[in-house]
Design a protein around this ligand. Structure first.
Ligand code: NAD
Length: 489
């Protein structure tokens, strides 16, 4: 087990209380990390350090800041083996998936460093003011981007390194300083990233890490008068609490929240190929990705064929030790999360959905101490079922049958969430009708969850506020100032 400290104001510190907590391997219950249990006074210190660092960091040239941020990207690559090891041990990421996520994290930070260098303001049409010769203008008016100040970056456990990196890159690149709060159950990964960053010679206090529960230090951060901007990724429920907390001092919030993402399969799609591809996407990371499909609307003419292929593929997924290179699906992240998922499985059965496969804990020596589940598919969903409406965030999906495009569209939009969606068809005109009318922040045709570093991400409705990352990443972490200069006095 590794012992970590928090990184505040350029120093390694314990919590003021001296208290710590532990993180565990979800595959076998082994202890992975001991980390400080921060309280309000620790949050105050981290915010003060970030405030102190802000003036000189924000006044650096963009070239200087981007060089520093690019170093973070390189360091993530240099330390990839340690991060991969921890993603497997503390999160349960599979040996085949973890390297892709670390590479993606580094690519995001690298892009943020470059994109900030071409963050352009706008010159407005000239407005004549008093004293301008007739027919001319004596003003220069423009909009320029400026950093918000001190940002709180709060992330969930489901893709730990990637989601932290996605925020840290653009946040620092445009001149903000920050306090990072990693998810409690992956705090070791958060503090390993702090350790990697601490070796880069960045100015003290521009990035600070505090560890502890959201219900205490998360609240302290989101209601802190010294925080100007909050970037949060997590559940819609917690997002609403943070918005409420932040309203007391009118902070700007960027919210990347939950989803209940529909996939619509039209009868002319390449059914077998679509079922196989979608099944792979659905159960990657044990169904713990916000963008994964969870509601399938399948045309009645191809419903049974699609389900049969999907279930056959799901039954062939190798569930096992995440460190084994052949494993496709490792454990769920924690005992609590598995309990929650099992409650959803029970509710689906109780409410009349038909279990087509899975719904069980796999058995055998490798599974005894871990939080494993089998890929689970329900058919015969109706819109009022809990499983059709609430985000499960685990390896559980459900199927609806439809016969009419309009009704499928209406059903897909009948959700408080609006994160992402996909439609599968060879008829692009028909597909475009869905693209234009689906209430979702991202829509794909004949693919799902195809995301690269350049992709900005963010949902509609209760799935979030603002887009984060990608080519517009730096814009999200900056505010616009209007400037108007009268010349030719
Ligand atoms: P969560 O909302 O429980 O926790 C997220 C983070 O918020 C954690 O660091 C937690 O400690 C902290 N937190 C909890 N209560 C808080 C409070 N009152 N104030 C401030 N911070 C608080 O989410 P989770 O269970 O860690 O992650 C799963 C959720 O994240 C799912 O809903 C998933 O859809 C969502 N998610 C969304 C995206 C996206 O981009 N839209 C990406 C990944 C995950």
């Amino acid at each position: 087990m590794e012992k970590y400290k928090m990184w505040i104001g350029g120093n390694w510190v314990d919590a003021d209380s001296g208290k710590t907590f532990r993180t565990y391997n979800p595959a076998n219950g082994d202890e992975i990390a001991e980390v400080p249990l921060a309280g309000k006074s620790d949050v105050d210190k981290a915010v003060a350090a970030a405030r102190k660092a802000f003036p000189s960091w924000s006044r650096k040239t963009q070239e200087d800041r981007s060089h520093y941020v690019a170093r973070i990207a390189s360091a993530l690559r240099e330390h990839k083996d340690e991060l991969i090891r921890l993603e497997i041990a503390e999160h349960g990421a599979t040996a085949r998936h973890a390297p892709i996520m670390i590479q993606f994290a580094a690519a995001n930070v690298e892009l943020a460093a470059s994109a900030a260098r071409v963050l352009m303001g706008k010159v407005l049409p000239a407005t004549p003011s008093k004293g301008a010769p007739a027919g001319t203008s004596n003003t220069l008016c423009y909009l320029k981007y400026e950093p918000f100040g001190v940002c709180a970056l709060i992330t969930p456990w489901n893709v730990p390194t990637l989601l932290l990196a996605t925020k840290i890159g653009p946040c620092l690149a445009v001149g903000n300083t920050c306090v990072v709060k990693p998810p409690s159950i992956n705090s070791g990964i958060g503090l390993k990233i702090a350790e990697i960053i601490s070796g880069l010679g960045l100015p003290s206090g521009i990035i600070n890490f505090v560890t502890g529960p959201g219900s205490t230090i998360g609240n302290d951060l989101s209601s802190h008068p010294g925080i100007d901007f909050i970037s949060f990724t997590g559940s819609s429920e917690v997002g609403k609490t943070i918005i409420a907390n932040s309203s007391q001092t009118v902070k700007t919030t960027m919210m990347e929240l939950g989803g209940k993402n529909p996939c619509i399969i039209l009868e002319d799609a390449d059914i077998e190929a679509a079922a196989e591809e979608l099944c792979g996407i659905t159960f990657e990371n044990v169904g713990q990705n916000c963008a994964q499909p969870s509601r399938f609307y399948v045309h009645e003419k191809v419903h049974d064929r699609f389900v049969e292929k999907f279930v056959q593929t799901a039954n062939n997924i190798k569930v096992g030790d995440p460190a084994d290179p052949d494993t496709v699906m490792g454990p769920v992240v924690s005992r609590e999360q598995r309990d929650t998922i099992e409650r959803y499985i029970k509710s689906a059965i109780d409410e009349g959905a038909k279990l087509a496969c899975g719904g069980k804990r796999p058995t055998g020596p490798v599974f005894d101490k871990g939080y494993y589940l089998t890929p689970t598919v329900f058919t015969g969903l109706t819109p009022d079922m809990t499983i059709a409406r609430e985000e499960v965030f685990g390896p559980v999906v459900g199927f609806f049958k439809f016969s009419d495009d309009e009704k499928a569209l209406e059903a897909a939009n009948d959700s408080v969430f609006g994160l992402c969606a996909s439609v599968w068809t060879k008829d692009y005109a028909r597909g475009m009708k869905f693209v234009n009318e689906l209430q979702a922040g991202s829509v794909w045709i004949n693919q799902h969850m195809n995301l690269v570093a350049e992709t900005p991400w963010g949902g509609f409705k209760e799935s979030g506020l603002m887009k984060e990352g990608g080519v517009i990443g730096p814009e999200g972490y900056a505010q616009l100032k209007y400037v108007c200069i009268k010349h030719n006095q």
